[in-house]
Design a protein around this ligand. Structure first.
Ligand SMILES: C[S@@+](CC[C@H](N)C(=O)[O-])C[C@H]1O[C@@H](n2cnc3c(N)ncnc32)[C@H](O)[C@@H]1O
Length: 207
């Protein structure tokens, strides 16, 4: 597999597109700037380098994490990039040309994957804005993730540190605990804006 990295002008365009949308629709984006390279790398380190692995990225946006996933993929691995915004996802054609882009809602993940011939995922990585989802939507998306994870699979999601004590962030953590038997927080990545950590989730309680 050839991995081509986008030139600075493409990255700058992607960052601008991200900021414009973040200012217009905070609740859809949940962040003002793309995920930092440092946190993206930490997240992508969860991608198995085994041949044929299937990695699903939720909320791929303009591709900050996608390019780091590309560095980790083994031969015949599949990278599915899902976002409900086709304009954001279009940027991935340049930044992560190896990824299969699927426009759709994470709330319909199981159908979306099935309709595209994907049986399940070894890893699901999310940068979705969990705190902005109404509780039923959040629960539905988590159920969908649990249902597509293959046995032994891992779900990884970003949690922002400054808001960690707020009720909505606590509710997200509780929903993760409700969905997975094992939820492990990583160390904080201070170089991200805002500082953030990852939750590594395994062993879905139902699926
Ligand atoms: C914070 S941005 C993350 C973008 C990029 N992955 C990054 O880390 O910089 C969140 C992305 O999630 C997408 N999104 C929000 N709700 C979604 C949903 N229910 N299903 C799929 N994508 C969603 C938004 O369109 C946006 O591109």
């Amino acid at each position: 597999m050839t991995i081509e990295f986008a030139p600075p002008a493409t990255r700058a365009r992607a960052a601008l597109a991200f900021a414009r949308k973040a200012l217009r629709e905070q609740s859809t984006m949940g962040a003002l700037v793309p995920t930092s390279r440092c946190l993206s790398r930490r997240m992508a380190s969860m991608v198995p380098s085994a041949p044929g692995a299937c990695v699903v990225e939720l909320g791929a946006g303009t591709g900050a994490i996608s390019r780091e996933i590309g560095l980790r993929l083994g031969c015949d691995a599949v990278h599915i990039a899902v976002d409900r915004d086709p304009v954001m996802l279009a940027a991935l054609a340049h930044r992560a040309p190896w990824a299969r882009r699927l426009v759709g809602d994470a709330a319909d993940l199981a159908d979306l994957l099935r309709d595209n011939g994907i049986d399940g995922a070894h890893v699901v990585l999310s940068s979705l804005p969990w705190s902005f989802f109404p509780p039923p939507t959040r629960a539905r998306i988590l159920d969908q993730i649990a249902s597509v994870l293959l046995p032994g699979g891992t779900f990884v999601t970003i949690a922002y540190r400054p808001t960690r004590l707020m009720p909505r962030a606590r509710a997200v953590r509780a929903a993760l605990d409700d969905t997975f038997e094992t939820v492990i927080p990583s160390a904080t990545t201070w170089a991200n804006v805002p500082p953030a950590r990852l939750y590594l989730c395994r062993h879905a309680r139902r699926g």
